[in-house]
Design a protein around this ligand. Structure first.
Ligand SMILES: [Zn+2]
Length: 362
C-alpha cells in the first residue's frame, strides 16, 4: 500500500486523487468514510468505527517534486515514502487489525495541507467528533515524542539613506543597522526547557543594498526561532530589543507542544512542527511514526520495510493502551462517585451512571 500511495502524486494543493484512493480503500474495509472538503478539489479523509474516541492521524500531502516509488529488499523509496505515506499505510493496516480483533470506537483521519499552512488540520478542528486522544504520525523513528518545538518567526526591515560610497557621511547604511541588530539578537540568551532542550535561532534570509558603491537604503532579514517555552516572554524581549531600531513583524507563532507519555514506549523529542498545534479539539496529543525526519523532504526519501511493520504493532499497542486507560479512568471516577452519591453521578455522566448501576446490582 505504501508504494501505491507514493505513486499517486499528492504534492500540497493536489491531494484529490490520493484522498479518493483512501476513501475507496477504507470503505472496502467496512469503515464509515467521509470526505471533508477543505478547498476546491481537496478533502480530508475521515474513517470511523463507532465514536472515534482514539484517532490515528497523519497527512497525505507531500513536498514537491513528485517522484515515483521503487524498492529493494530492505527499503521503499519515493516522494512521501517516509513523510508520510508509509505512515498512512501503517495506520490503515493497524486499523484493520484492531477492527478484526473486535475493537470499535476508534477512527482514522488523513489530512491535506500539512506541509504548508495546515489548512486540512484547521478544517478538521472546526468539526471535532468527541475524540479523547489523537495519535499523530510523523517520522520519529518509531519513538513516542514527548514534545515538539514551536516556531516564532520575525521579519525585520531597516531603512537608511542612499549616498555615494565615497561620501558615506552623506548617507546612512541600512545594512550596517541590520547587522548590528542581528548581532544583538544572536547574543540574546534563549530559553531552555528540561524536556524539550534548547531554543535555536536561524537567520534564514538576509538581503539588502543596491550596489557595492552605494550606501544601502534598505535591508531585511527573516529570523526563525524554534521555541521550547511559551512564546509570550520571548516576543516581549525581542520587541524591546528591536523597538525603535527597525520595522519588524512576527509573521508566525506556532506554540511548542507537550505530548502524552505512555509506559513501555521509547521516547524522544523532535524539533520539527506538525499538524498537532492546529488540532486542539481532537483530544490529548501523541506523536509517533516510522522513519527518519533526516530523509524526509530530500531527493533520496525512503522508509525501511521492517520499520513499517513495527509501526503497525506500535499503533495497535497505543490504541489498546489508551482505550484501557480510558476505561480505568472511567471505573475510578465511578468508584469515587459511588462513595459520594450514586444519584449525583447519574446526573453527571450517563456512562458513569451505567457502571455505577452495575456496581449497585453487584
Ligand atoms: Zn510530515
Amino acid at each position: 500500500m505504501t508504494k501505491a500511495l507514493v505513486n499517486i502524486d499528492s504534492v500540497t494543493g493536489g491531494e484529490g486523487a490520493c484522498a479518493e484512493f483512501l476513501r475507496q480503500t477504507l470503505a472496502a474495509r467496512q469503515f464509515e468514510v467521509e470526505l471533508q472538503p477543505v478547498s476546491p478539489g481537496r478533502s480530508n479523509v475521515l474513517a470511523f468505527r463507532g465514536t472515534p474516541e482514539v484517532v490515528l492521524s497523519t497527512h497525505i500531502d507531500t513536498v514537491p517534486p513528485f517522484f515515483p516509488a521503487r524498492e529493494d529488499a530492505e527499503w521503499i523509496y519515493g516522494r512521501g515514502s517516509c513523510d508520510a505515506k508509509g505512515i498512512v499505510a501503517a495506520q490503515v493496516t493497524a486499523a484493520e487489525r484492531l477492527a478484526s480483533d473486535g475493537m470499535d470506537d476508534f477512527g482514522l483521519m488523513f489530512l491535506v495541507g500539512e506541509e504548508t499552512v495546515s489548512d486540512g488540520a484547521r478544517a478538521a478542528d472546526a468539526a471535532p467528533r468527541g475524540a479523547k486522544y489523537i495519535i499523530n504520525g510523523e517520522p520519529t523513528g518509531n519513538k513516542l515524542a514527548l514534545g515538539t518545538k514551536g516556531i516564532l518567526q520575525v521579519d525585520i526591515r531597516t531603512r537608511g539613506r542612499a549616498a555615494h560610497s565615497a561620501y558615506p557621511e552623506l548617507g546612512e547604511s541600512a545594512v550596517e543597522k541590520l547587522l548590528d541588530i542581528l548581532a544583538d539578537l544572536r547574543k540574546m540568551p534563549l530559553p531552555r526547557d528540561p524536556v524539550l532542550g534548547a531554543s535555536t535561532a536561524n537567520i534564514g534570509v538576509i538581503s539588502g543594498g543596491r550596489a557595492p558603491n552605494v550606501v544601502p537604503d534598505e535591508a531585511e532579514a527573516r529570523v526563525l526561532i524554534r521555541t521550547v517555552t511559551d512564546s509570550a516572554e520571548l516576543r516581549h524581549r525581542i520587541e524591546s530589543l528591536l523597538g525603535g531600531r527597525c520595522e519588524f513583524v512576527f509573521v508566525r507563532d506556532t506554540p511548542m507542544l507537550r505530548m502524552e507519555k505512555l509506559d513501555g514506549f521509547d521516547t524522544s523529542v523532535v524539533a520539527f512542527s506538525t499538524d498537532l498545534p492546529s488540532l486542539t479539539r481532537w483530544g490529548r496529543p501523541l506523536l509517533l511514526g516510522p522513519g527518519s525526519i533526516a530523509v524526509a523532504h530530500t531527493d533520496h526519501e525512503c522508509i525501511r520495510k521492517e520499520d513499517l511493520v513495527h509501526a503497525v504493532d506500535l499503533y495497535c499497542q497505543l490504541v489498546n493502551q489508551l482505550k484501557k486507560t480510558m476505561n480505568d479512568e472511567l471505573a475510578q471516577h465511578s468508584a469515587i462517585s459511588h462513595q459520594h452519591s450514586a444519584k449525583q453521578a447519574k446526573k453527571m455522566n450517563p456512562q458513569i451512571a451505567q457502571i455505577t448501576q452495575i456496581q449497585e446490582k453487584e
